[in-house]
Design a protein around this ligand. Structure first.
Ligand SMILES: Cc1cc2nc3c(=O)[nH]c(=O)nc-3n(C[C@H](O)[C@H](O)[C@H](O)COP(=O)(O)OP(=O)(O)OC[C@H]3O[C@@H](n4cnc5c(N)ncnc54)[C@H](O)[C@@H]3O)c2cc1C
Length: 524
């Protein structure tokens, strides 16, 4: 199959890009007609999305800076953008296990000022954006996962989708359909965080940024609270102390429609502690008096977890190669200091679209023209915003105390520079210590005992995540050397995979073929 522009992933970045591209071509052709010049032919634009429906892979609930959507569709509210509430009151709280210190609103750190931001379900936002795209002629194919990048030398030609109807043992089921090759003049990778194709492109074409990408795991829960506890317009950010000084953490909470509140908790994945367990941290946080009071008599509606790229500006890869562009989280556009990536994803997509119009006009899809995307980005407000937060992750990697009390306040005063610029960071996994390197009291973690009312096991919560997989399909998780799981990984690190995965996907089980030994089992 051949198209002019292929978008991989139907997230906010690519949908904003596809919409903007169509509109920009229209605008350029109107200007050309007024000057009596030749129009550009309307491009064929295809968006493929691996989820069965657009929006199914979005972790619902977001506080969105409206700057980008207002540039993209100035009358977005009149056109029915699915805003649930607009933030009227933003707060920062310091939580302890026994109480809450509520900062006065004037002392709310600048990164948590969210007044005027839109609270919405991200899933509904992308569904709405997809509908706007389809109205103007963009084709969207959900249910198609790009599996491989097609290249010729150092030029991207398109992608190959995965085979469908393959059984877990690799045999073909009656529903088998081979993957297809989609060729495009430009392929835009907006796969979100840790995109398979994006990572491969970054590695193969050596597009790495200054720092390696780092990650946090965000856990989200949606609860239906008693009506008297529902406060539309409120957005709270906070951290749990003294835990923060050992390893940073962050929480947020905001009210959605129908007495729903969205609660989230983030834990870094570059922890020194192999027992680091983001699910457990999110459950433990709900035992604070504030959360106990809020969730008293409430009902859990939804659970989800997803990684967030935290490297921001200094982990941003080169954004273009011959025939392809990287946008959104795949290009490390998320602003972790503000816990916000939707507006930056959209803006990066829009800048990519403007560059693609130049490429269509020049009929040149090489870096000569596509390099204009990086130039546009560097003169945009999105880059300016990233500059302000550029040393946030590095400050916290040096030490959360240094970050919170020294460098982040200094960064606010110096436009992002702080004491040292740039701060170099390390790949998250390289920071993990062996159990014997931890203080004796920290080597072992007691099993987590949920109460079934406020706190729940991973297995229970996965039932609230809305994920459904065909049982008989090949595992998408590949463990390079499973022998290590039962040997050095178990002995030196205590199998961190059993802890860090919030969906309890990895489990060390008794090895029936090798009595007295364990082996790794991966749950679907
Ligand atoms: C817990 C959590 C809370 C957050 N809260 C906020 C918030 O309140 N406000 C805010 O602004 N930001 C928030 N963010 C960040 C924000 O969600 C992201 O920055 C934003 O969604 C990035 O958009 P994107 O289009 O780049 O990627 P995504 O939104 O991740 O979309 C990528 C899409 O591509 C699809 N895809 C991936 N690979 C393939 C493939 N190979 N083939 C086909 N399809 C593919 C995926 O299924 C997905 O639909 C949060 C993130 C997390 C994890």
């Amino acid at each position: 199959m051949e198209v002019d522009v292929l978008y991989v992933g139907a997230g906010p970045a690519n949908l904003a890009s596809a919409y903007h591209l169509m509109k920009q071509v229209e605008a350029r052709n109107e200007r050309a007609a007024a000057r009596g010049q030749q129009p550009i032919e309307a491009p064929t634009i295809l968006v493929i999305e691996k989820a069965a429906e657009v929006g199914d892979h979005q972790l619902s609930g977001a506080v969105i800076n409206p700057r980008a959507i207002a540039e993209l569709i100035p009358d977005f509210q009149e056109q029915g953008f699915p805003t649930e509430h607009i933030c009227t009151h933003d707060y920062f709280y310091a939580f302890t296990r026994s109480g809450t210190i509520k900062f006065p609103r004037f002392a709310n750190p600048p990164m948590f000022k969210k007044k005027g931001y839109h609270v919405a379900s991200l899933s509904n936002v992308v569904k709405w954006m997809a509908a706007r795209c389809e109205e103007i002629g963009v084709e969207i194919y959900p249910g198609f996962a790009a599996k491989e990048i097609l290249t010729e030398g150092r030029r991207v030609l398109g992608i190959r989708t995965g085979d469908m109807g393959v059984a877990a043992d690799g045999s073909h089921k009656p529903t088998f359909q081979p993957g297809m090759d989609i060729f495009a003049k430009v392929t835009v990778l907006g796969e979100g965080v840790r995109g398979n194709l994006s990572n491969k492109l970054i590695d193969d074409f050596d597009l790495h940024g200054l720092n390696p990408q780092t990650f946090e795991t965000g856990i989200k829960e949606i609860w239906r609270v008693k009506p008297e506890k529902h406060r539309p317009g409120r957005v709270i950010h906070g951290s749990l102390f003294p835990d923060f000084f050992g390893q940073i953490n962050g929480m947020w909470l905001y009210d959605m429609k129908d007495n729903l509140v969205s609660y989230g908790f983030v834990t870094p994945l570059d922890s020194e502690d192999p027992n680091n367990d983001p699910h457990r941290a999110a459950q433990e946080f709900k035992k604070t008096p504030f959360m106990r009071d809020l969730l008293e008599g409430a009902e859990l509606v939804r659970y989800g977890a997803k990684t967030i790229p935290t490297g921001a500006l200094y982990a941003q890869p080169k954004l273009y190669v011959d025939g392809a562009l990287l946008v959104g989280d795949s290009a490390s556009m998320c602003n972790i200091m503000k816990l916000a990536g939707v507006h930056l994803a959209m803006k990066s997509g829009m800048l990519a679209a403007e560059t693609i119009v130049d490429a269509l006009e020049a009929d040149d899809f090489s870096t000569n023209t596509l390099g204009g995307y990086a130039e546009r980005y560097r003169s945009s407000w999105a880059y300016e915003e990233h500059l302000q937060g550029r040393n946030f992750t590095g400050s916290n990697e040096i030490h959360p105390l240094f970050g919170m009390f020294v460098n982040i306040p200094l960064m606010v005063l110096t436009g992002g520079r702080g004491l040292i610029d740039p701060i170099r960071t390390h790949p998250g996994h390289t920071r993990m210590k062996k159990l014997r390197e931890l203080p004796p009291g920290k080597r072992h973690s007691e099993p987590f005992e949920p109460d079934g009312v406020l706190t729940f096991s991973k297995e229970h919560l996965v039932g609230f995540s809305g994920t459904a997989h065909e049982a008989d399909q090949p595992s998408h998780l590949v463990v390079a050397d499973r022998d290590l799981c039962a040997t050095s990984c178990a002995i030196e690190y205590g199998n961190p995979c059993e802890k860090f995965c919030p969906a309890a996907v990895y489990e060390m089980v008794d090895d029936k073929d090798n009595p007295g030994h364990k082996k790794l089992f991966i749950h679907h």
